[in-house]
Design a protein around this ligand. Structure first.
Ligand SMILES: Cc1cc2nc3c(=O)[nH]c(=O)nc-3n(C[C@H](O)[C@H](O)[C@H](O)COP(=O)(O)O)c2cc1C
Length: 327
């Protein structure tokens, strides 16, 4: 992680995705890009304070710059968790104000907090008072009928007044009733212009745009208007996109690894995981898309999907799957 960076990590980030961006996924993504900021899955304050906190917080230094995303709305609990996040070595703590799931709404956090900017500001202030890493917010552009630009301005200015400088905005609203979380990532239309306008109105804030970015060309275009781009599903399904991020986005003259190289670099990590009693599938489920668009990709996926979940499966399955790919 020693390359000189001209641009801050948040210029390009991989989105927090529950059940997807776990430590194995982040380790894999880090083999592809040294500079992008990676996000954890959302973890609730309750899980950290009343559960096995080590399980959620354990941090592998090889993951580089990682932002830890918290879900919660109790300022004291969030502050306690933020302190732990910093102690464990994360580069940033982020508050989830964008998730619309029912479970999250019942806990009074996630996207429904967009209706309570003062509470969010209080949460941010409480976290900032105990850590020195950046405390950031990930939100939508609105919720339900509260989706006017004025409402968003109030949200951002209220939270910025608590000292928060970094906002990641998923450029679509969320409906709190009637849509599943998946539909809420697809049905409400993307409105990049709203996020661009926010940057014009708050030039001093770091504004990152999220939602629907499918290529580095699109990301570079968006970076003309805002400070950062966050990519979610495309980075997960087509992770080789990340191989060119250091060069194309961060402007670093670095060699671009081949897909085979990346998989081979993962082998020692897989061996260690299995040696410690882990299952092959825990890791390989995140690498199914590495050969996306390449001849043999289907056989690669099939081999991993069928054989990796079996008892006793080890790295030999990955090497066998690699043979499906024509060089
Ligand atoms: C499987 C999955 C899980 C997600 N979990 C989270 C989460 O834990 N926290 C969060 O803020 N957003 C979560 N999201 C939303 C993404 O972070 C992102 O905002 C959304 O997918 C839009 O970006 P994209 O179009 O680049 O995928 C999740 C998305 C997916 C597909």
């Amino acid at each position: 992680m020693s390359e000189i960076r001209a641009l801050p990590h948040h210029t390009f980030s991989v989105a927090p995705m529950l059940d997807w961006t776990d430590k194995h996924c982040r380790y894999f993504h880090r083999l592809l890009t040294k500079n992008a900021l990676l996000y954890t899955e959302m973890v609730t304050t309750g899980a950290i304070l009343h559960g096995n906190s080590e399980r959620f917080l354990a941090f592998n230094k090889d993951e580089g710059a990682v932002a830890f995303q918290l879900g919660g709305s109790n300022p004291e609990d969030l502050a306690s968790c933020a302190q732990l996040v910093e102690q464990y070595g994360y580069a940033e703590v982020n508050l989830n104000v964008g998730c619309p799931s029912d479970r999250v709404q019942n806990g009074r956090f996630g996207a429904c907090l967009m209706a309570e900017p003062e509470l969010v500001a209080e949460c941010i202030a409480a976290m900032q008072s105990v850590v020195s890493i950046p405390v950031t917010v990930k939100s939508r552009i609105g919720i339900d009928d509260r989706d006017s630009y004025e409402e968003l301005l109030k949200f951002v200015s209220t939270i910025a007044s608590s000292g928060c400088n970094d906002f990641i905005i998923h450029a679509r609203k969320a409906w709190l009733q009637g849509l599943s979380p998946k539909q809420n990532r697809e049905v409400p239309p993307l409105c990049y212009s709203v996020v661009y306008q926010l940057k014009k109105d708050f030039p001093e804030l770091n504004i990152s745009l999220n939602g629907g970015v499918k290529s580095l060309e699109a990301a570079t275009d968006i970076l003309q208007y805002v400070d950062g781009v966050m990519v979610g599903r495309e980075a997960y399904h087509n992770p080789y996109l990340l191989a060119e991020v250091d060069r194309q986005v961060f402007g670093i003259a670095t060699d671009i690894k081949t897909r085979h190289q990346v998989v081979m670099e993962l082998i020692p990590y897989i061996q260690e995981h299995i040696f410690e009693g882990g299952r092959l599938h825990n890791i390989t489920r995140h690498i199914l898309g590495i050969f996306y668009g390449v001849a043999g990709a289907r056989a690669w996926r099939r081999c991993l999907s069928e054989k990796a979940p079996k008892n006793g499966a080890n790295e030999a399955v990955v090497l066998e799957a690699l043979n499906s790919i024509r060089l």
